[in-house]
Design a protein around this ligand. Structure first.
Ligand SMILES: *Cc1c(COP(=O)(O)O)cnc(C)c1O
Length: 378
C-alpha cells in the first residue's frame, strides 16, 4: 500500500550525533547547545538577538508580552493563518482585528489596514504565509505613521526574503517555529529574533519563569514568566539542521520545480504565486483549485487522494470561522471573503526534502484523476 505523508522530517547521522553528544553532558537544558543554536539563527537572518523557546506559539506569546500588549488593546492581523498567530493576542486578553488578504500572495492586504486603526490599536501582526513574505515596506510605513508595533510571524518563512532581506527581521520582533513540518525542525521549538535589547532581555527572562537575566541571583523573580525553555536535545537537532540549511532549501526547491513542471498544464489548478519582491523558502506546497470549484468538491478530492495513500489537507481553515472565535466575536461566513474563497479551494500536497520524483508523479496523476472525476464546475 502506497503511503506518502503530507510532511516528513529529514534527519541524518549528523543530527543523531549532535543529540547523542548532548546526552553525554551534564546539561540537558540551558547548556551550551542553547546559545549555539540561538547564534546560528541570529547570524543566519541577520538579527542582533535570538531567544530560543519551546514552540513558535511561545515565541509569539513572549513577543506580545514583551511589547506590552494587554487587555483592551487591539492587534491587527490576518484570518488566513495557523491559529496561534491570533491566539497569542487572546492570551493577553487583547483583541485580534482581522483584515482580509490579498488574493495573489494570500498575505494581509495593507490597503485595508488603515481604516481599522484607532486609539486602541497597539500593533500589526503579519504572517509570511506558506513562506511568502508579507508586504513589509508597506506594513512598516503604516506602523510608523500610526506609531504602532510591528510583529512578524515568520514561523513558516525561515530563509525567505523580501526585497533581498531575510524574513523575521522586519518588525520590532519576529518569530520562527521548528515543528517537524517546518523548513528545519527541533522536534518542538521556536525562536524570537529582534534587534531591540530590552525586548530580547524581557523574552529571555519570561521564558525562564521571569527570572532577572541581569543579576544571576538564583530563584529571584522580577516579573511573571513561564517555562518556555527548550531543551539542549532539541537545540542540538536545530544546530545540525542549520549546518545543512542550504542543502535543505535546495532539496525543497527541487521538489517544487518538479511539482510546478508536472502541474503547469492542469487548467483547473493555480500554482503557488510568487511576487517579484519575494524569494521563497518553501514551507508547504499548496495549490488552489480555480474558482469554479466549491468547497465540497475540494473536500471530495481530498478524500479521494487520501484513499490512494496520499497525505493532503486544506490549508488553512480561516481563523475567524473557528467555533470559539465565532462564539467570542460573532464572526460569520462572508466576513472576509477573499480569505474564505481561497481557503475553500486550497490543497496542500505531500511536501518534504526527500520526496522522490516518482512519488510526485503518482501524486500528480492521482490529483488529475480526482479532478476529472469531480468534473469541472458545480
Ligand atoms: C507553525 C506556526 C506557528 C507556531 O507553531 P508551533 O506549533 O507553536 O511551533 C505560528 N504561526 C504560524 C503561521 C505557523 O505556521
Amino acid at each position: 500500500m502506497i503511503n506518502i505523508p503530507l510532511s516528513r522530517p529529514d534527519i541524518t547521522e549528523k543530527e543523531i550525533k549532535y543529540v547523542r553528544q548532548v546526552l553525554k553532558t551534564s546539561y540537558l537544558s540551558m547548556g551550551k547547545a542553547l546559545g549555539k543554536f540561538e547564534k546560528s539563527i541570529a547570524d543566519y537572518v541577520g538579527a542582533k538577538y535570538a531567544i530560543a523557546v519551546n514552540s513558535g506559539t511561545s515565541a509569539l506569546h513572549l513577543i506580545i508580552k514583551a511589547l506590552g500588549i494587554q487587555a483592551g488593546d487591539e492587534v491587527i492581523t490576518t484570518p488566513f493563518s495557523f491559529i496561534s498567530s491570533a491566539n497569542c493576542i487572546l492570551f493577553e486578553k487583547a483583541k485580534p482585528i482581522f483584515i482580509d488578504i490579498r488574493p495573489d500572495t494570500l498575505n494581509i492586504d495593507p490597503d485595508l489596514i488603515e481604516k481599522k486603526i484607532n486609539k486602541k490599536t497597539k500593533a500589526i501582526l503579519a504572517v509570511d504565509v506558506f513562506g511568502h513574505s508579507a508586504d513589509w515596506n508597506e506594513l512598516a510605513r503604516i506602523a510608523r505613521k500610526y506609531r504602532v508595533k510591528l510583529i512578524e510571524d515568520s514561523c513558516e518563512a525561515l530563509g525567505s526574503e523580501y526585497k533581498g532581506r531575510k524574513c523575521g527581521t522586519f518588525g520590532d520582533a519576529g518569530s520562527f517555529a521548528f515543528y517537524p513540518n517546518k523548513q528545519i525542525t527541533t522536534g518542538e521549538g521556536g525562536m524570537i529574533v529582534t534587534d531591540n535589547k530590552r525586548t530580547a532581555e524581557l523574552c529571555k527572562s519570561m521564558r525562564n519563569q521571569g527570572r532577572s537575566s541581569a543579576s544571576n541571583a538564583w530563584l529571584e523573580y522580577t516579573r511573571i514568566g513561564y517555562n518556555y525553555r527548550i531543551s539542549d536535545l532539541n537545540c542540538a537537532l536545530g544546530i545540525a539542521q542549520m549546518e545543512r540549511i542550504n542543502k535543505i532549501f535546495a532539496k525543497r526547491a527541487k521538489v517544487v520545480r518538479i511539482y510546478n513542471d508536472r502541474l503547469k498544464e492542469v487548467s483547473e489548478i493555480e500554482l503557488p504565486y510568487i511576487s517579484k519582491d519575494a524569494k521563497m523558502s518553501w514551507f508547504v506546497y499548496v495549490v488552489r483549485l480555480n474558482k469554479s470549484f466549491s468547497r465540497n468538491q475540494r473536500n471530495k478530492i481530498l478524500v479521494n487522494l487520501r484513499k490512494k495513500g496520499i497525505g493532503c489537507n486544506n490549508y488553512f481553515s480561516c481563523i475567524h470561522l473557528q467555533p470559539f472565535y465565532r462564539r467570542m466575536f460573532g464572526y460569520k461566513k462572508g466576513d472576509f471573503p477573499v480569505a474564505e474563497s481561497n481557503s475553500e479551494r486550497t490543497i496542500a500536497l505531500p511536501f518534504y526534502n526527500n520526496l522522490q520524483e516518482g512519488k510526485i508523479e503518482y501524486v500528480v496523476s492521482s490529483l488529475k484523476k480526482a479532478i476529472a472525476k469531480i468534473g469541472k464546475g458545480k
